[in-house]
Design a protein around this ligand. Structure first.
Ligand SMILES: [Zn+2]
Length: 159
């Protein structure tokens, strides 16, 4: 079966029930504010307040693939576009100067890209900023919800 046939018949044909990204029943909750993008290739959601700073977003492949090397042709074509749209929305809604990108697939071998806003007046930069953005943070549910809503608006999401 070629890529096009597979994505038409079943966008999540390649799935692993033991994977947090594949199996929604393993998730504690949907992303704050709901999915910002949910289409045949990707799901994009705000990171929960306990996971990362407000304005952080996670882009997930729908299929259980480790990284870009396993993307099908259609995913490869779409990837830069969807990533760019989300980065632009984070920048517009948070006023950040950069959007950091981080993908290690540490917990699950399923492609997911962390996108985190960074400002020139942040006290940390580079890898130290990434760590500070996800480790030992004080969750701010309200700020996370506000950021998610603003990013959704920028993306033109209807949810
Ligand atoms: Zn998976």
């Amino acid at each position: 079966m070629n890529d096009t046939m597979q994505e038409i018949t079943d966008p999540v044909a390649l799935a692993d029930d033991s994977c947090w990204f594949c199996n929604d029943s393993l998730r504690d909750a949907p992303p704050p504010g709901g999915w910002l993008i949910e289409d045949k290739h990707w799901r994009v959601g705000a990171a929960p307040a306990t996971y990362a700073i407000p304005g952080a977003v996670i882009l997930e492949a729908r299929r259980h693939v480790l990284d870009q090397a396993a993307f099908n042709e259609s995913e490869r074509r779409d990837y830069a576009d969807v990533t760019g749209r989300v980065i632009g929305a984070i920048r517009a809604s948070t006023g950040c100067d950069r959007v950091y990108q981080w993908a290690t697939m540490d917990a699950y071998p399923h492609f997911h890209l962390w996108l985190l806003p960074w400002w020139t007046d942040s006290t940390e930069r580079g890898p130290a900023y990434l760590s500070a953005s996800v480790l030992n943070i004080t969750p701010d549910e309200n700020a996370t919800a506000r950021a998610a809503k603003s990013i959704a608006t920028e993306l033109g999401a209807t949810a």
